[in-house]
Design a protein around this ligand. Sequence first.
Ligand code: UGA
Length: 434
Amino acid sequence: MKIAVIGTGYVGLVTGTCLAETGNDVICVDVNEAKVLKMQKGEVPIYEPGLDVLFHRNIAQGRLVFTTDLAAGIKDAQIIFMALPTPPGGDGAADLSYILGAAKDISKLVTEYKVIINKSTVPVGTADKVQAVFKANTSVEIDVVSNPEFLREGVAVEDFMKPDRVVIGTSSERAKKLLMELYGPYVRQGNPILFMDERSSELTKYAANSFLATKITFMNEVANLCEIVGADVDAVRKGIGSDARIGKRFLFPGIGYGGSCFPKDVQALAKAADEHNYDFQILTAVMKVNEKQKIVLVDKLLKYYKNDLKGKHFALWGLAFKPETDDIREAPALYIIDELVKHGATVTVFDPEGMANVKALVGDKIQYASNQYEALEGADALLIATEWSVFRNPDFERMEQSLTNKVIFDGRNLYDLEKMIELGYYYNSVGRKL
Ligand code: UGA
């Protein structure tokens, strides 16, 4: 099939590349000339495991091309994916200007039937708004479809190639047929393609992310309570997770959810409910708890150092909001850095992929180490904010030589409690005994 993908951010690029991998001809369109030039030269603009292999293979085979020219990009496309940003507006509601703007531009160019797909996370009713834009500008028949993405950063290629499910919101039989064909190769194992109306599909995306954010937040509160009552959250997690109705996944407590999706989507769903005079109370609580959880390590430090962090020096392992990505959007590490600096402490950081992004944002407010051990030199304590595999089994002897004190505040529960006691560390993790 011939496909256009508008927007080559994280979602657009993964979508375009993975669609080319099953033999489709994909043209990715972006307004950013410098970025398009780089991609044309074969440079992958983001870090996403497994993406580079498919990216290069499909470019080499001529199935994946990049352009800034919207008209050329959509000319022959039967299906046009819109993967454009929907940032929170000033009031927390999703800003649709990129999507509606692109819809307007496309509507002035189309000359034959096309399926327009909203891949971005958009509020309920957006498909209708996009359809209205087309109606206002062209008489050509167009179907606007909602097809939310459920990709996780770090495993996005795998999630796209083997999705748990594909959700498609459309009332058009013609679009349905095309999309069955398009997604067929990705669901060969029998995972469902769920067809529904546009509004249900749009809400499915927000409900899924908000539910997952709620699940994590619930566990974070259980962990906080475990510390107070002397229980072990690992045991509780396993105890509840083996009930199939609860499930083992997404029960790991930590220092709050971050990233470009959960915080934005929980806020947007609460806001959307509010606009319809519905008070989605659980989401308000989730947001409030998560704000606190992001700086729970700093609260623990304040307690440990009796409210005085002035002149203290900390090593921070992990900057990305989660492992296997260089994405630092809404990363708890940024909030921790902010608080530590505010309290007069100094910080040296290390992250396998997120250093450049943090440097660009935070600058010389903090120091940057070239490896995880260098970050420890002269530090009063080590803080851990991201569960990168490389932090899971470190050389504790080497660490001891650099750290001023054997003190670790771990926001991701990486180490075995007994081992840490054996090694003589003061080891403070989340929801577990000291
Ligand atoms: C999330 C969803 O998982 C995807 O299905 C969705 O497509 C995506 O948002 C999106 O809307 O684009 P992502 O933001 O990449 O994906 O990251 P997750 O792996 O879901 O993690 C989100 C946050 O939850 C991270 O901060 C992570 O550290 C935290 N988390 C996750 C926990 O604290 N505990 C857990 O057990 C799991």
